[in-house]
Write a protein that binds this ligand. Structure first.
Ligand code: HEC
Ligand code: HEC
Length: 196
């Protein structure tokens, strides 16, 4: 399937930007994630998951099943557009109370999949966790533990279930402070492979 980011941009502006922002920067107050610079393959998969309700979110299910969106070619086009956008620089961070704890957890249990710099994997199935809002990261850790994402990796869910609320806040806070070169994911090919 060919990706058409220009067509993806048109769909994004009409159907997504009122919540996810004109530049894909998300909205921390409403716990809406940043999408700019996220991995291509991951974005496509999440749109498929929302449409098929493998990932539970009433809001995004409603968005994804609209006839204008609910088609693999549209997912590919939108993901191609978003994955090429520069990630937002000023995402929300946490209180700082447990970032050292979070750092330890991340490097021990998460970096093997998400990468030491949290930029995700090059095939794009594992998402980037940096340039993301603290409140969204914290909430998703709870949602993963509570089984809202039905086809998520079993190890990932097991880790989340082993954490208490402070562990999650600390890890989300540590991640929310990670930044990377603005353009690293702009050089990603359509198949999600990064060619630096
Ligand atoms: C009414 C507000 C709203 C609109 C419109 C909306 N979204 Fe969302 N989106 C959300 C919320 C809230 C979440 C978090 C869902 C959750 O908690 O799992 C989300 C999550 C997502 C995610 C998951 C991101 C991640 O890091 O896992 C993707 C991808 C996404 N939206 C893409 C889109 C696209 C593409 C459109 C337009 C076709 C769109 N959204 C329109 C509110 C919205
Ligand atoms: C076995 C590999 C693996 C490990 C280990 C892992 N993850 Fe993940 N993580 C994934 C994959 C794959 C996804 C995408 C899940 C999906 O498609 O629903 C994901 C998704 C996430 C998300 C949701 C991101 C978003 O944008 O919605 C968060 C947050 C997250 N992981 C945090 C962590 C943390 C914190 C740890 C360590 C405690 C961790 N992960 C360990 C593979 C892993």
């Amino acid at each position: 399937m060919d990706a058409h980011p220009v067509r993806g941009k048109e769909l994004y502006v009409e159907y997504c930007s009122r919540c996810h922002g004109a530049k894909g920067q998300g909205n921390a107050d409403k716990v809406i994630p940043a999408l700019a610079g996220q991995r291509f393959t991951y974005l496509v998969r999440q749109l498929a998951n929302f449409a098929g309700a493998e990932r539970e979110s009433r809001t995004m299910h409603g968005v994804a099943i609209q006839p204008a969106i609910n088609d693999p070619q549209n997912w590919v086009n939108i993901a191609a557009y978003l994955s090429r956008l520069a990630p937002p620089a000023d995402t929300q961070i946490g209180s700082g109370e447990a970032t050292l704890l979070g750092r330890g957890i991340f490097h021990e249990q998460c970096a093997s999949c998400h990468g030491v710099d949290a930029s995700g994997d090059h095939d794009g199935f594992v998402p980037s966790l940096r340039h993301q809002h603290y409140a969204y990261l914290d909430r998703q850790m709870h949602k993963l533990a509570d089984g809202y994402r039905h086809n998520a990796d079993a190890d990932l869910v097991r880790f989340m279930r082993s954490f208490d609320a402070r562990d999650m806040r600390g890890t989300a806070d540590y991640l929310s402070r990670l930044r990377g070169p603005g353009k690293i994911r702009n050089t990603m090919r359509q198949d999600g492979v990064v060619v630096n």
